[in-house]
Design a binder for this molecule. Structure first.
Ligand code: GUN
Length: 283
């Protein structure tokens, strides 16, 4: 058996076209969604991600502003900048690219962002609303995964979803969004004993551990849906996921590739949250 591919680029384009319509509607009310992106230091990957996010904004007609700072920026200076952006009406979303330099506490920074502009969905208010199943900004990668499954008409209710990884950005919120849709959720992580016993029982397996080719056919139940969040480099330096794609596709029913799977959905959900924020501020 060879798994069916879940094409993240195609699905992301579908949602971007829908967003385009909402943006046109907002513009007819003289509102242009606006995103402020804050980048501190010279982390190479962060620069690449920020460039990709801003390019996606520009393609859709979302206004974006980049605030770029040296590594030496103090926490107080960053807090002041965020407070200033919180008060700007044309800015509907504020994104502080992580990781931050060691001397800046990311929790303090995230908590400074107004919950009404928290398009990353990292603020404790957003997390609390998510856990209590209220409408809010949801973390972009988990939301992108759910939207992918919705597009593919894959039922979630009653399914056993196994999440590998417990990060605040992906693993934990992904499990919560699945639970909110009536899945039975198991979290696995670096201390899980006999990992394969769990992965083999997953109807939907989500891997976000950051280990190249960590999951193969032997870890997957026949016909399972496999979602690969990993962004790693293989021995030859090529981009690859947590899942050994060629092996896993022999067992899986549906599978996301890397690149071209979850990645384009994550950026699309940042656009989605920014547009959602602009609409909320119009209401
Ligand atoms: N660093 C890695 N992923 C993310 C993300 O989704 N948002 C932000 N702000 N920083 C990140």
């Amino acid at each position: 058996m060879s798994a069916e591919l879940i094409d993240g680029r195609l699905i992301a384009n579908y949602y971007r076209e829908q967003l385009q319509e909402t943006i046109s509607e907002l513009k007819s009310h003289d509102v242009t969604p606006g995103l402020a992106v804050i980048l501190v230091g010279d982390n190479h990957a962060s620069h690449t991600y920020v460039r990709m996010k801003r390019k996606a904004c520009s393609k859709l007609g979302i206004h974006s502003e980049l605030y770029q700072f040296e590594e030496s920026l103090t926490q107080e200076e960053l807090v002041d900048k965020i407070e200033e952006l919180n008060g700007m009406d044309h800015i509907h979303g504020i994104l502080v690219q992580l990781p931050l330099p060691q001397h800046i506490n990311p929790i303090t920074i995230i908590e400074t962002i107004s919950p009404s502009k928290d398009v990353d969905g990292f603020h404790p208010v957003s997390i609390g609303k998510m856990v209590t199943n209220q409408d809010t900004f949801y973390s972009c990668t988990p939301l992108g995964i759910i939207k992918m499954l919705e597009y593919e008409k894959i039922d979630i209710s009653g399914k056993h979803v196994v999440i590998l990884g417990r990060s605040n950005i992906v693993g934990k919120p992904a499990g919560q969004l699945f639970l909110n849709r009536d899945a039975t959720v198991t979290y696995c992580h670096s201390k899980t004993v006999n990992l394969t016993d769990y992965t083999k029982k997953a109807d939907i397996l989500v891997s976000a551990v950051g280990k190249a080719k960590f999951i193969g056919a032997g870890d997957i139940k026949k016909g399972a849906v496999v979602i690969d969040v990993g962004m790693n480099r293989d021995e030859e330096g090529r981009l690859c996921g947590d899942v050994d794609f060629e092996s896993a596709r022999e067992a899986a029913g549906k599978i996301t590739p890397v690149p071209g799977g979850v990645g384009p959905m994550t950026i699309t959900m940042l656009l989605y949250n920014t547009v959602k924020s602009a609409r909320w501020q119009l209401e």
